[in-house]
Write a protein that binds this ligand. Structure first.
Ligand SMILES: [Zn+2]
Length: 272
């Protein structure tokens, strides 16, 4: 299984994710970060795992109006820079300390950085989804992935029409429906924060939920779970231009001192 969007900082059981990567229960994952400094911290710590990373400027976690391009360049030039495969998450959230205009400025600076580095953009949109579509029209070369894509069916169709890929979160009660109503080659399963009740116990619960989602979607599409999974994994690799799985080195991966967000729980406003 792969997980196209998960967080380690603030997760109750980050070590369980690493163990799943190490055992092969999780083939690969894209670790999403919410600030540039979080990405810097995680990049080196993930070096022995088949994990890739985004560099974020989440509207709930920053007061700046522009993406830290310097931090991105430094990370890309570092020995592990190849693991940094996307910019985001970034986007619009009503709980942001920034007003609408400032959030737009921040999103545009992320999009500019993504285009100039030829990296895809991972969007977090819990509001003003149409506005994001409108703004990003000015970046035709930009590859866009909307994580935990939520909203009306109409808006999801507009994302597809724009050429974007969409994250389907295991915690989304509409998840099985998404597979039936949207082109499967545009969808990527994800877990995001440990919002899923099973993940509160262990990441193994999340993995079971992801696997179950793919199985149910395959049944609804009259495909075998294996063939659906292969199609989803192809999209995952193409969207983030991932290299082959990174070899895991024996003896690595001891307990890591992950950072935590100031809140006891991950930011609840991240959940649409
Ligand atoms: Zn997220």
């Amino acid at each position: 299984m792969f997980d196209a969007h998960l967080h380690l900082s603030g997760l109750r059981h980050p070590q369980a994710v690493l163990e799943a990567l190490k055992s092969g229960a999780l083939d690969s994952c894209l670790v999403s970060t919410v600030t540039e400094s979080e990405a810097g911290e995680l990049l080196n710590r993930l070096q022995d795992y088949p994990a890739f990373l985004t560099i974020g400027a989440h509207p709930c976690f920053t007061r700046r109006r522009s993406f830290d391009r310097k931090a991105l360049d430094l990370l890309l030039q570092s020995p592990r820079g190849g693991r940094l495969v996307a910019i985001g998450e970034c986007g619009f959230d009503r709980h942001s300390p920034l007003d609408d205009r400032e959030q737009e400025q921040l999103l545009l600076s992320c999009a500019e950085a993504a285009v100039s580095c030829n990296l895809p953009l991972v969007l977090h949109l819990t509001q003003r989804r149409g506005r994001a579509l409108e703004l990003l029209k000015d970046f035709p070369a930009l590859k866009v992935h909307v994580h935990w894509a939520s909203g009306s069916h109409e808006i999801l169709r507009r994302y597809v029409k724009a050429g974007w890929t969409l994250g389907v979160c295991v915690s989304d009660s509409s998840a099985p429906e998404r597979f039936k109503s949207l082109p499967v080659e545009r969808l990527l399963p994800e877990s995001d924060f440990d919002a899923h009740k099973e993940a509160r116990l262990s990441y193994a619960g999340t993995l079971r939920a992801l696997t179950d989602l793919v199985s149910r979607a395959a049944a609804a599409l009259s495909l075998s779970p294996g063939s659906l999974y292969a199609r989803l994994e192809k999209t995952y690799r193409e969207t983030f231009a991932l290299s082959e799985p990174v070899a895991v080195q024996e003896g690595s991966g001891s307990a890591l001192p992950f950072t935590t967000h100031p809140e006891e729980d991950p930011c609840p406003t991240c959940i649409p």
